[in-house]
Every structure is written in C-alpha cells, then in structure tokens.
Design a protein around this ligand. Structure first.
Ligand code: ADP
Ligand code: MG
Length: 231
C-alpha cells in the first residue's frame, strides 16, 4: 500500500498547525501554572492545597499531550545509531506486559537472528513499534471475549532487511479500513486520532523501509515492517 503525496502534504500541514497551536496554548498554560504556584500558600491556609496539586498535575498533563502530538506529527531527520532490534522490541513489549496480563492476553517475542542490527533513530522506530502494539491490543479488546488475545512479534532476516511481524488475533479489518489505514486522521475508533499508522508509515519510509499489511475481518491482522540492516 503506497502513501500518496497528498497524504504527506496533509501530514506536513498538520505538523505546522500543531506547532503553532502548541506554541499558543503553552504560553497561557505557563502563566496559569505560575499564578497557581503563587496562590498555593493561600490555598494552603484555606486547607485547599489539594486543589493546587490537581491543577498543577493537569497543566503538566496538558503540556505532555501537546508535546506528544507535536513530536508525532513533526517530520524530523532521523538521528541514526546502530540498534539491536530484538532488544528494542523486548523493551517495547515489556511496556505492554502488565496490561496484557490484566486482560488475560499473551504476548510472544521470537527473534530468529541475534545479528539483527539496523541503523535507526531509536525514538522514532520505538514509536512505530509502540503504535503497532497499541493497535494490536485495541483490536483484541474490540474483538471481545470469544478468544484469548494473542500478539506474536517475530523478528527475522529477509535478505538485506529485518522483517518485524506484529500479528494479533483481534477483530481484523474490513476492506474500507484496509484501503485507508495509512491516511492521516482515518480512524474507526471513538477515541482514535488516526495518526498512529500515518506517522509510522512516514518514519519507516524515512528509514528506507516499508510496511505491509494482511488482515481478515474477525480473525486478526498481520503487520510486517521492513528495515534495512547494517551489513
Ligand atoms: P487509531 O489507532 O488512532 O485509530 P491508527 O493510525 O493507529 O489510528 O490506525 C488507523 C485504523 O487502522 C484504526 O482505527 C483501525 O481501524 C485500523 N487498525 C490499525 N491497526 C489495526 C489492527 N492491528 N487490527 C485491526 N485494525 C487496525
Ligand atoms: Mg493507533
């Protein structure tokens, strides 16, 4: 599936809008934060210091969200270093383990090649793996309880590339979704952003790689990410 120039323009434009909105929102947030700090002793006297704490926490959360959004939509040149892909995958999977345990799902990592080293921007590629895992978890959740959730991550060598498969037995995709999943803002989820795969696609392409998808509605989905290996 190829991403068109139109989609890239949309993503670039989004990056610009995100940057300017973030700037405009951050300034008032910073001054609100400052004034709450000043009010803190007064709130303390009233026995309402808890309110100050909540306001500060929420302001920080808003800032984090802006930062995340900015980070995921802004195109940046990859800062490359040699990375052992199975280790990076292990690191990402760890982040999902407690959630999987809680939901009774299983995550498996198989790495067939200890020499799978790619020259990548770790932060960016980690973001791609995180997006894939997050989508897999959500697909399992949406499928419901008729089957035990399972995510298989397989890393192996395919010629000059590392092939990383993220396979889930979640709800799968219908035809329309398959044709649009890389479009910025395309989402089938009530709370989705529709940015995860658009951003992932761009990151992987900036690394000289590609993404392939196979999916059957009601059965599951198989994402394959190809990244050039260090020879
Ligand atoms: P979001 O997760 O915010 O909806 P994404 O760009 O990550 O945005 O995904 C776009 C859409 O692709 C999702 O809304 C979903 O319909 C579909 N999709 C992505 N990954 C999977 C998956 N593993 N299983 C089923 N559908 C998926
Ligand atoms: Mg997503």
């Amino acid at each position: 599936i190829e991403q068109s120039a139109y989609q890239n323009d949309k993503l670039a434009m989004l990056g610009k809008i995100a940057a300017s909105i973030a700037h405009e929102i951050r300034n008032p947030l910073t001054s609100i934060r400052g004034f709450i700090q000043l009010l803190r002793p007064h709130l303390m006297q009233l026995g309402k210091e808890e309110y100050a704490r909540i306001i500060l926490t929420e302001i920080d959360r808003a800032n984090d969200i802006i930062y995340e959004f900015l980070n995921s939509s802004k195109p940046s040149a990859p800062m490359k270093q040699n990375v052992h892909l199975p280790s990076l995958l292990q690191e990402v999977i760890l982040l999902f383990e407690s959630e999987a345990l809680m939901k009774g799902s299983e995550i498996q990592l198989e790495a067939y090649d200890e020499e799978l080293i790619a020259s990548i921007d770790v932060k960016q590629v980690k973001q791609v793996f995180l997006n894939m895992m997050r989508n897999a978890m959500e697909a399992i959740e949406e499928r419901g309880m008729d089957i035990r959730g399972r995510i298989d991550v397989v890393a192996k060598r395919e010629g000059m590339h590392a092939e990383i498969t993220v396979r889930d037995n979640g709800k799968g995709m219908d035809h329309l979704t398959k044709t649009r999943l890389f479009d910025p803002f395309f989402t089938t989820k009530a709370e989705g952003t529709g940015l995860g795969l658009a951003v992932s696609y761009r990151i992987v392409r900036n690394h000289g790689g590609s993404i392939r998808v196979t999916s059957n509605s009601g059965e599951g989905t198989d994402f394959k990410i190809y990244l050039p290996l260090v020879q």
